[in-house]
Design a binder for this molecule. Structure first.
Ligand code: SUG
Length: 447
């Protein structure tokens, strides 16, 4: 069984308050670039350039809007009072790091917005979305309300789509969305196997866990999402991420593995039990008439440190007409000697990946966000693609409109002290109001 379906990548449009605040313990880039100056304008333009180029190549490409910042609800809920300007001044004085949390543009990494199961996999034949609670980090733990609201605005038609609220925001249900989820299949419209990769198990003290850095995703959360989406147990696989690589800076599975179609491109050290995990995946895939093509990268070719520094696995694997795949990578991959030479070998190997497409995403990369972090994959049948809101689908025209919008509203330099400037809050607000008109989404924000 199967419909014709196509994958859309929903990239996060980088918001006007993009900054480097060192908020993500366990994410090496975020920690190393703390308090350096950011360039929100360049960040947004780099993201838009990727969207435009991939849309021009014929790949399904859309966007998710930024979120309203600063998060005044958060600031007021923890005791900062008065006018907006007073709230900002007090927060900056008493706790600049909490002000940075309220200002974070982290919703740009839409791989963490939700977990998505296409209609071919769910019991009720609808595409399912569960907003991710992201409860491991203060600056991300409040994203889910707007993520669910944005997804409902775009995927409104309940005949085709179900958008679930985030799981309870407690450590047992730590959920990081699609960054720890991969779908493997023979083709996008056919039943597939959904692979959930978790970092720890809340209710099993004997399960291995990282020692240095947090495991953000729990098995319990992955299982809850699978239940909400009505996935069948034969077509769902749960694998534990190798705790040692979490301790080396692999804070999400998409920093060490990526899958598409029947291909799983992964590092030798990605999983706690590589052989057992692959065997489970193979079996599940046989059940849907697909044969797993596992491309394993050995440590002796690319170390975990090189994988983390280059973001080789935080790439997008995109299916091209004719059956081959392109790997969308950041420039950093070309600058790392081991990774660059591995990639040359890979595209020359005669395997499924025969093309590299690279982008300059340095503004996002400096916060630990590569090509795959910046996008949420949604496989849609033709009818579903028609039923979603069309104003977010990337076109040449939308690209040019958004570039002009960014150039009008975004600063080209943001330093930590600038977050105290009350004018910034007004600028962000004005920009987002205009954006709702550009995207045709009135009422997008709960202001
Ligand atoms: O959650 N960085 C993000 C990066 C998310 C990457 N996403 C995926 N791998 N899918 C995070 O750690 C840094 C923000 C700061 O430090 O200012 C940040 O939130």
């Amino acid at each position: 069984m199967g419909n014709s379906a196509r994958e859309f990548n929903f990239d996060g449009l980088v918001g006007p308050s993009h900054n480097y605040a060192g908020l993500s313990f366990g994410n090496v880039a975020s920690f190393s670039n703390v308090k350096s100056a950011s360039n929100p304008r360049q960040a947004a333009l780099q993201g838009l350039a990727k969207m435009r180029a991939l849309a021009a190549r014929g790949f399904g490409q859309a966007l998710l809007p930024p979120q309203d910042r600063p998060n005044f609800r958060l600031l007021r809920s923890i005791g900062f009072t008065g006018t907006d300007a007073q709230v900002l001044a007090k927060a900056y004085k008493e706790s600049p790091v909490i002000l940075a949390c309220a200002y974070s543009a982290s919703p740009m990494w839409t791989a963490n917005a939700a977990t998505v199961s296409p209609s071919a996999d769910s019991a009720d034949g609808r595409a399912h979305f569960t907003a991710a609670n992201l409860n491991n980090k203060l600056h991300r733990a409040f994203e889910h309300a707007q993520s669910a609201r944005s997804l409902r605005a775009i995927f409104k038609d309940e005949k085709h789509f179900a958008v679930h609220d985030a799981l309870p925001g407690t450590p047992a249900f730590g959920d990081e969305g699609a960054a720890n989820h991969t779908r493997l299949c023979a083709s996008h419209g056919q039943q597939g196997v959904e692979l959930f990769v978790y970092g720890r198990v809340e209710f099993d003290a004997s399960a291995p866990a990282p020692k240095r850095y947090p495991a953000r995703q729990t098995l319990e959360a992955s299982q809850a999402v699978a239940r909400l989406h009505g996935l069948s147990s034969e077509r769902t696989v749960y694998l534990q991420q190798n705790p040692d690589v979490i301790d080396q800076g692999v804070f999400h599975n998409d920093v060490i593995a990526v899958g598409n179609g029947n291909v799983l491109f992964y590092h030798e050290q990605a999983f706690a039990d590589e052989a057992g995990g692959l065997a489970q995946l193979r079996r599940a895939m046989e059940g849907v008439g697909a044969e797993l093509n596992a491309i394993r990268v050995d440590t002796k070719k690319v170390s975990v440190a090189d994988a983390v520094a280059s973001y080789l696995f935080n790439s997008q694997l995109l299916s091209k007409d004719g059956g081959k795949m392109a790997l969308v990578i950041p420039h950093e991959c070309q600058e790392n000697a081991a990774v660059a030479s591995y990639l040359q070998e890979l595209v020359a190997s005669g395997g499924p990946i025969d093309e590299l497409i690279h982008f300059d995403l340095r503004q996002s990369m400096r916060n630990g966000g590569g090509p795959a972090c910046l996008r949420l994959r949604v496989a849609l049948t033709d009818a579903e693609a028609r039923a979603m809101h069309q104003g977010v689908v990337m076109t040449e025209q939308l690209y040019h409109t958004l570039v002009a919008w960014v150039e009008k509203h975004y600063r080209d330099r943001l330093e930590p002290a600038d977050l105290a400037d009350p004018a910034l809050a007004i600028e962000v607000h004005t920009a987002l109001e205009e954006l709702t008109r550009i995207l045709g989404l009135p009422g997008l924000y709960d202001l």
